[in-house]
Design a protein around this ligand. Structure first.
Ligand code: SF4
Ligand code: SF4
Length: 437
């Protein structure tokens, strides 16, 4: 009976998860192509360093260490969850126990990490609930955003407590029956004797309750994540693997502009170019269909930690720009427009990412210093998106702040950003005694 109930629950979980994955895959199809994914060796090294090594998070040592412990704990505990699925389907108990010493190490690490993660989550929750952390504030951090974060943290805490409960009552159960304990439980072994006064049936029932609570929480959590900021639990590692490998300051060229310039510089090529009926692409980014798949991937991976905004010079000096908001807006806009576009490609709701979500003032406040991208623990690159939105403003609408407009017209007329004729360019050196060779 337990196996049938478990199999049905697993099926339902996978069904809902499959629906969500399919929905998100449909959104990805709406986005633009981006850089080709190659250099797998280099990407793998970056992933080991930034994602698994959590190196960027350690720039804030105390809270960074706690976060890293939670991440590493999750990795180990995930292996234990695989065993629970096998046990649930096959009706076994600790099915991977035959792995011997490897099993003992994994179970012991998981047992210790369950306690560490629980403590870390209590610290995280307390910070959010009782302390005024500037990083967690801003116009993009709405009430619903905070509720979402608190619910996810509470779920993780319950996951860890149910895991510890399961281990504790398993050890107590085996001690009472005198059967061999499969695995090593450094924490649960200490706590289990506290419950030895309970009857064997009660301990068995408590073990079953914790087992079911833990696996059901995993199933519910897995299906909640894609709709929560905690989707980064799934997305952050692949996002780091797929991050841009070029130096931060290097802006990508626009392929369509590069092609046009090449054609202009070489008329032979221009005339030789085959006529095409392909619709003219929009320059830059105006709405969600213009963003690249990587921009959307970034938005799904964002942990909303605010490290980017906390180092942004524009934000620090009181400008409206918050790089975290820019990334969160991409996800919000896709959730708003994506379903309509998946149903009907030409869908329009007379809104756009530009202006309805991200204002021109925000975009022009960016100094493209790349501090945000450098600080982001999962290698999200904000400036490339900001610059792409500016490209739309300048190339499609001719819209730019007044100072920039004069720079553009000076470049066009004088070949330089200044208001002087090219003939006057060397006037400054007139009275200097520079010998003409
Ligand atoms: S690149 Fe722009 S958004 Fe990022 S930190 Fe610098 S000013 Fe802020
Ligand atoms: S973009 Fe990066 S640094 Fe900024 S909030 Fe998201 S995860 Fe944190």
């Amino acid at each position: 009976m337990k196996q049938i109930v478990f199999a049905l629950t697993l099926l339902l979980t996978l069904g809902i998860f499959g629906y969500t994955v399919n929905r998100i895959a449909g959104f990805f199809k709406l986005t633009r192509k981006n850089f080709p994914v190659k250099d797998y060796g280099k990407r793998f090294r970056v992933m080991l360093d930034v994602a698994f090594g959590q190196t960027k998070i350690f720039r804030r040592p105390v809270i960074g260490l706690l976060h890293a412990l939670v991440f590493w704990g999750f990795c180990v505990i995930l292996i234990g969850s695989v065993e629970m699925v096998i046990d649930g389907l096959a009706g076994t108990d600790r099915a991977l126990g035959f792995l011997g010493i490897v099993y003992n190490i994994v179970i012991a690490t998981g047992d210790v990490f369950a306690l560490i993660v629980a403590i870390a989550i209590i610290v995280f929750l307390s910070r959010r609930l009782f302390f005024h952390i500037r990083r967690f504030e801003g116009i993009e951090m709405k009430r619903s955003t905070h509720i979402d974060a608190n619910i996810a943290l509470t779920m993780i805490l319950l996951l860890m407590l149910s895991l510890l409960g399961m281990n504790i009552f398993y050890v107590a159960q085996q001690n009472i029956s005198g059967e061999m304990i499969s695995g090593v439980f450094p924490v649960s072994r200490i706590i289990a004797p506290w419950f030895m006064g309970l009857s064997s049936a009660t301990i068995h029932a408590l073990h079953e309750i914790c087992w079911w609570a833990h696996i059901l929480l995993i199933f519910i959590f897995a299906n909640m994540l894609p709709y929560s900021k905690h989707f980064h639990v799934f997305m952050s590692v692949p996002n780091v693997f797929l991050s841009r490998l070029e130096p931060l300051g290097k802006l990508p060229n626009m392929d369509n502009i590069t092609r046009e310039v090449k054609l202009m510089l070489n008329p032979d090529t221009a005339f030789a170019a085959p006529a095409t009926d392909a619709p003219v692409e929009r320059f830059g980014v105006k709405d969600i269909e213009d963003v690249s798949w990587k921009n959307y991937f970034d938005s799904l991976s964002c942990t909303q930690c605010g490290r980017c905004t906390s180092v942004c010079p524009a934000n620090i000096t009181g400008k409206v720009l918050s790089p975290r908001k820019v990334i969160m807006d991409v996800r919000a806009r896709m959730n708003e427009k994506g379903p309509g576009m998946v149903k009907n490609g030409n869908f329009t709701d007379n809104k756009s990412l530009l202006r309805d979500y991200i204002t021109e003032e925000e975009l022009w406040a960016c100094t493209t210093c790349n501090a945000c991208a450098k600080e982001c623990p999962i290698n999200i690159n904000h400036p490339t998106l900001i610059v792409d939105m500016r490209r739309y403003l300048v190339m499609e609408e001719g819209s730019a702040p007044g100072e920039l407009k004069s720079v553009f017209s000076n470049i066009e007329n004088n070949g330089a950003p200044w208001q002087f004729s090219p003939e006057d360019r060397l006037l400054w050196a007139k009275d200097l005694e520079i010998k003409d060779k």
